[in-house]
Design a binder for this molecule. Structure first.
Ligand SMILES: Cc1ncc(COP(=O)(O)O)c(C=O)c1O
Length: 462
């Protein structure tokens, strides 16, 4: 009963904030009503604080139960194993700059690319992306009139909200970031087309085309086709297609993503495309395989530069992965086991969000069909406060703002929830505390808005 009363009061308060539906009732919510409402929630909050919790929903990493799934991979190679790759390469020795043939075939099959268009690298796709930009800065990419560092300005388009580490790479190299809003089916393509066609300093765009980090969308066929047919002013513009969640479905429903490389090839524009992926969330993050797909010209250019950097990557790990997974079907079957472990975690968080916040419309969140994140949007100006309240109550969340370039979420609304690492038992209180903090931060904002309207200092209004 008490919970109901509180929820109804919150609903009224929200209507007061948004001016929707029951305006009449909402207009009766005074600062005193809101303060009383906040006090109720604050008592719950204090009770959680006393529990001295240490919960974490910030890390987009597999849980230990997921890592166990790949344990047999450690046994596929032993001192008795034949360590020869398909082309006769001795995997124990130097060589094979771009990866052993069977690893290139496996990763190419997964991405829908011929193995000759693949490079299998080290243990991290982020590292491959960093290296790709680093080389572009120093030497340019295939077809660059100049190394990018010789230009007055280099800009990248960044669909937002997006992946903080992409933005960190740009910031590190002094590449200016231009935000492009994400829509239901991918980035705002009108904006992308218009910007790249006019501005020669725009050299690239970051994309996470499937189960995007953090919003979970998959780009529509139309969006992929428009990417494949971009006509950038910069002759050396590149699409950084980070297909990190390419086989990371949470349910049996396979979500299709049109093959950008194939589509670009139809337009004779395949040189514009760099594709990245890894097995970090298939086998082991930090000990998986990273791969890159690109056109013939790009591959030649990259291999030439890579040959100065290294004699080859860890072929034993490549062999181990291929012998364990065998083929694309083996990877898909393995990913179903991951889904069985993590889908209930997403469901639990989504249920709690729905139960605690669904009734009042103060927040919106995604219900992704794959990937590693739920994206939560609070009322403008509340996300930072929510994260701070969570931290004080023992729940670590990804810092507010980190899904935007330079850590600046202009509306201060977006929160990335990573449900995979904690156990179900840890997730339950963590998600409840998060919802409670959203309610408190929203009410605080309402009180402050009334205070501003009535020109009462916030401290007194509270
Ligand atoms: C979109 C995206 N790309 C890349 C990575 C990192 O990949 P890797 O482990 O292969 O470096 C992540 C990890 O969270 C990610 O979300």
């Amino acid at each position: 009963m008490m919970q109901n009363m509180k929820d109804i009061a919150a609903l009224l308060a929200i209507n007061h904030l948004t001016g929707t539906s029951s305006d009449l009732l909402a207009s009766k919510m005074t600062t005193e009503d809101l303060t009383a409402l906040k006090e109720n929630y604050w008592k719950e909050y204090e009770a959680y604080k006393k529990q001295d919790l240490h919960l974490d929903m910030s890390r987009g990493k597999p849980g230990p139960d997921q890592l166990i799934l790949s344990a047999p991979m450690l046994d596929v190679l032993s001192s008795h194993s034949d360590l020869t790759a398909a082309d006769g390469t001795d995997c124990r020795n130097y060589g094979c700059l771009d990866g052993i043939p069977e690893a290139k075939e496996l990763m190419g099959d997964l991405l829908g690319l011929p193995s000759e268009n693949m490079i299998v690298g080290g243990n991290s796709s982020l590292n491959m992306m960093y290296d790709t930009i680093s080389r572009a800065m120093l030497h340019g990419v295939y077809g660059s009139p100049k190394p990018w560092c010789r230009l007055e300005k280099v800009k990248f388009l960044c669909p937002v909200p997006g992946y903080d580490r992409h933005f960190a790479i740009c910031q590190h190299f002094g590449i200016e970031m231009v935000c492009v809003p994400m829509k239901e089916d991918g980035p705002d393509m009108d904006m992308v087309e218009s910007l790249v066609s006019k501005d020669e300093s725009i050299k690239g765009i970051w994309c996470v085309p499937k189960f995007s980090n953090p919003t979970g969308q998959t780009y529509s066929d139309e969006v992929v086709r428009r990417f494949a047919n971009l006509s950038p002013k910069a002759p050396d513009f590149r699409i950084f297609w980070d297909n990190a969640y390419f086989v990371h479905e949470l349910t049996d429903e396979q979500i299709p993503l049109l093959n950008l490389f194939e589509e670009a090839k139809k337009n004779g524009k395949e040189d514009m495309v760099f594709i990245f992926c890894s097995t970090s969330k298939i086998s082991y993050p930090g000990s998986g395989l990273a791969a890159m797909g690109a056109s013939f010209h790009n591959i030649q250019n990259i291999k030439m530069q890579m040959s100065i950097q290294t004699i080859g990557n860890d072929k034993m790990n490549q062999l181990r992965h291929v012998r364990f997974f065998r083929d694309k079907a083996g990877v898909i079957a393995h990913m179903k086991k991951h889904a069985q472990l993590i889908a209930p975690k997403f469901q639990l968080v989504e249920q709690i969000l729905e139960k605690e916040l669904g009734f009042c419309g103060i927040a919106h969140w995604t219900n992704p069909k794959g990937g590693y994140f739920i994206s939560l949007d609070t009322q403008p100006g509340c996300a930072k406060r929510v994260i701070a309240l969570c931290r004080e109550a023992g729940v670590v969340m990804t810092p507010a703002g980190s899904t935007y370039p330079y850590g600046l979420d202009p509306e201060d609304t977006n929160i990335r929830i990573a449900p995979t690492y904690p156990t179900l038992e840890e997730l339950e209180p963590a998600a409840r505390i998060l919802c409670l903090c959203v309610k408190i931060a929203t009410i605080e904002k309402m009180i402050s808005e009334i205070a501003q309207e009535e020109k009462i200092p916030y401290a007194i209004a509270q």
